[in-house]
Ligand binder design. Structure first.
Ligand SMILES: C[S@@+](CC[C@H](N)C(=O)[O-])C[C@H]1O[C@@H](n2cnc3c(N)ncnc32)[C@H](O)[C@@H]1O
Length: 492
């Protein structure tokens, strides 16, 4: 039988991982390109010598940290004699060419930045995570595209890939120490291959010293590595799963797909008081709602935290459901930190924030070409209950003020004193995303009276700026918009 072998395609580079440890890399040039080359070489444990009359800030820093040797002068031909590799990064192309040719003559591998035809090798676009290095080459055809390919490849890697490699490396060393015979090499490799091929990366990444000991015991007994039980297997939360979910503004259809899935998988949902009924109705499991009445907010939060910890300790899936987006005036990060201190890392599922989606649902754009190109989101009260700091008026800025309706008069007065003109449009966006959402429009001069007249249905927020009326113009509404759908009914 004739065997068929692959035909080489040709035209590629020989891709190898050069062991630069303790070898001397000479970098000619002191600018930022040279600094990049120096970093690459140091990252591979090379001894780096730089020849340049002057150094950029990064290279000065490296000299001060004794990471590199610096010859403060122009290049001299004898410099290459002690080098295992030469990298030039000079603006003087002629000199760069000359150095590259000198290296060629002496058979020292050389890379001259931006002179492809004189390079023995090129730098690739690389990704590094512990011992994992991924390099992409387009053989200098499209280096920018190489970056994009590298980003895409890196983004597709499971989390913890680098750590997983470290852990497998540890285990491999331990197994070799325990079973050092060359004759065992095939057995060692086959056993580890099973682990590398079949275990989830996340579990490999989370192996701790005890797990490594158990796996070593399993190897010694020659147990099937795919069937090894590590008690609560590494990577699995022995104490349940915690998910911090943004509930969006009120309409269950505006929950993200991921949020809906988390709610379906939950054993317990710890909900904010503000979560609207229609969202709560989509939840099948037990719901505990924080009773955060004024003056008792801390006790309510403690109770919520306690219930969360209890359920997590029983291995349950706990969803902490917060209104809007948890990290926009939602104190979400405080809860992440609290649970982290107790050994539980939260998964984060963002939600539509009322600050952005609220005005949008009510037909109030936050930016509009030629009208506003900035948005500032504020809370109506600072940490101590005082009024917020408001910057001086800027006609092209839209302000969105949350938690401020109860002190609307004071907020408006503050705006007036910071130069916001009396005729500047103001909208109160109420219960956005709920069936009874409403937009109340006025100006700095009139809005307090308008709200007094028509009342207010919480929750609501204030939008201030010229974008407020961009879509409220009757002609535009009639022509393009179904105002009943967009909640554009104005009360004025
Ligand atoms: C404590 S903050 C929480 C904000 C929330 N994390 C978010 O991203 O939407 C509560 C404030 O959000 C605003 N808000 C929340 N839901 C709203 C809604 N459906 N319509 C209008 N404003 C809302 C109100 O200003 C309310 O006082």
């Amino acid at each position: 039988m004739t065997e068929t072998f692959r035909d080489p395609q040709g035209g590629g580079s020989l891709i190898v991982a050069w062991q630069a440890k303790a070898k001397t890399v000479l970098v000619v040039g002191g600018g930022t390109v040279a600094a990049g080359r120096v970093f690459n070489a140091l990252d591979a444990d090379a001894n780096v010598t730089v020849v340049a009359p002057k150094l950029c800030a990064e290279l000065q820093h490296r000299v001060s940290k004794a990471q590199i040797t610096w010859h403060e002068r122009a290049f001299e031909d004898a410099d290459v004699d002690a080098a295992d590799m030469v990298l030039t990064a000079l603006s003087d192309v002629q000199e760069s060419r000359r150095i590259a040719q000198l290296c060629r003559h002496k058979r020292i591998p050389v890379n001259a930045a931006d002179i492809n035809e004189l390079c023995d090798f090129w730098f690739m676009s690389t990704h590094r995570d512990h011992s994992v290095q991924i390099a992409v080459s387009t053989n200098s055809r499209a280096p920018r595209l190489a970056n994009r390919i590298r980003r895409q490849v890196a983004a597709g890697l499971p989390r913890g890939m680098g750590l997983a490699v470290e852990q497998i490396g540890r285990l491999r060393r331990r197994i070799r120490e325990a079973d050092p015979e060359p004759a065992s090499s095939r057995r060692r490799m086959a056993w580890l291959a099973q682990l590398c091929d079949y275990w989830p990366i996340e579990q490999l990444a989370a192996l701790d010293s005890d797990n490594i000991d158990s796996l070593l015991d399993a190897y010694v007994r020659q147990d099937d590595p795919t069937a090894v039980s590590l008690g609560a297997r590494a990577g699995e939360h022995s104490g349940g799963r915690l998910v911090l979910v943004g509930a969006g503004v009120g309409d269950p259809e505006l929950l993200t797909v991921r949020a809906q899935r988390a709610l379906r998988e939950a054993d317990l949902v710890l909900a904010d008081k503000l979560i609207p009924e229609p969202v709560l109705r989509t939840i099948a499991c037990e719901i505990y709602t924080a009773r955060k009445f004024p003056g008792a907010a801390n006790e309510a939060q403690d109770e919520l935290n306690r219930r969360g910890l209890d359920a997590l300790a029983r291995g349950k899936t706990v969803v902490r459901l917060k209104q809007g987006d948890p990290f926009v005036y939602g104190r979400g990060a405080e809860e992440v930190l609290f649970f982290r201190q107790h050994g539980h890392e939260a998964e984060i599922i963002p939600g539509l924030s009322s600050a952005v989606a609220g005005p949008g649902l009510c037909g109030v754009p936050l930016t509009h070409r030629g009208v506003a190109d900035q948005v500032l989101v504020l809370s109506g009260a600072d940490r101590n209950g005082g009024l917020p700091l408001v910057p001086p008026f800027l006609a092209t800025r839209t302000l969105v003020v949350l938690m401020a309706i109860a002190r609307l008069a004071q907020v408006v007065e503050l705006l007036a004193t910071t130069g916001h003109p009396p005729d500047l449009p103001v909208a109160i966006v109420e219960r956005a995303g709920c069936a009874d959402q409403r937009t109340v429009r006025g100006t700095i001069a009139t809005i307090v009276d308008v709200v007094e007249r028509v009342g207010h249905n919480a929750p609501g927020l204030i939008v201030v700026g010229h974008t407020v009326n961009v879509l409220s113009d009757a002609a535009i509404q009639d022509r393009y918009l179904d105002s009943s759908m967009l909640g554009l009914h104005s009360v004025e």
